[in-house]
Write a protein that binds this ligand. Structure first.
Ligand code: SAM
Length: 232
């Protein structure tokens, strides 16, 4: 499936690194992901929605082999430049999170940062089931993302309303993002952040064990699970 969002990320690739990836929030997300994923010298790793390599580079420094998937050609070009500059070997592939061919070998560590909210909730569940199939026993799946529950239900809508308000405060660029999302939600192509509780439930449902997670900052979180070492 060709994604409608790719041109957006191609255009944004050159400026992305100067913003969130340099924030204290992302530094804490990175520490939390590395702590939960524990990539080691014998591991094969996969970064989903890798962008210009915020997670990929530190993971590649620890794992034996690292694969990166993204649908933005421009993000992958930046990632390639950074990896070459650091002398790492990386298998970067252009593909869509909503359906991609897994690496040609068992994967020990799957990570993702700020990308999986582009999938519908059913898409997230499907991805977890597929990952569980192609991961090695004992493998760790770690998702770091915007974790604001997408609901307007009374009592649960506060985080979403605060997030929309903070986007609106950015002025015309923020209003444009909100307007685009309203149109995309109407056509099933919006941003769909899920709560930490959603991710933990979906990890359990896909067969992962030792499921955990934590909130980071006001609107982000990291959730993780392990594929059982013995099928059961
Ligand atoms: C917010 S950026 C995060 C990039 C990187 N993970 C980071 O933390 O800096 C989101 C990334 O997800 C990619 N992306 C969004 N939707 C995608 C999809 N459907 N398939 C593949 N990549 C996608 C974008 O191209 C972009 O590189």
């Amino acid at each position: 499936m060709r994604s409608q969002l790719r041109p957006h990320w191609d255009a944004k690739a050159g400026t992305w690194d100067a913003h969130l990836p340099r924030s204290d929030l992302f530094a804490e997300l990175l520490d939390t992901v590395l702590g939960a994923a524990r990539p080691g010298p014998g591991d094969v790793a996969l970064d989903l929605g890798a962008g210009s390599g915020f997670l990929t580079i530190p993971i590649a420094a620890r794992a034996a082999r690292t694969y990166a998937l993204d649908h933005s050609q421009e993000m992958l070009r930046l990632l390639g430049d950074r990896v070459a500059a650091e002398g790492r070997t990386l298998f970067a592939k252009r593909g869509d999170l909503a359906g991609f061919a897994p690496p040609p070998e068992r994967v020990d560590v799957v990570v993702s940062n700020y990308a999986l909210h582009h999938l519908s909730h059913e898409g997230k569940r499907r991805l977890l089931r597929d990952a569980h199939d192609f991961m090695a026993p004992g493998g760790r799946f770690v998702v770091s993302d915007l974790m604001v529950p997408l609901t307007l239900r009374p009592g649960e809508s506060g985080p979403l309303i605060r997030k929309v308000a903070s986007i609106a405060r950015k002025g015309p660029a923020g209003w444009w993002r909100i307007a685009k999302n309203l149109v995309r939600w109407g056509t099933g192509r919006g941003e769909y952040p899920a709560s930490l509780e959603f991710w933990q439930g979906a990890l359990h449902a896909a067969g992962f064990v030792d499921v955990g997670g934590r909130h980071v900052g006001e609107e982000s979180g990291v959730a993780w699970g392990t594929k059982p070492a013995v099928a059961g």
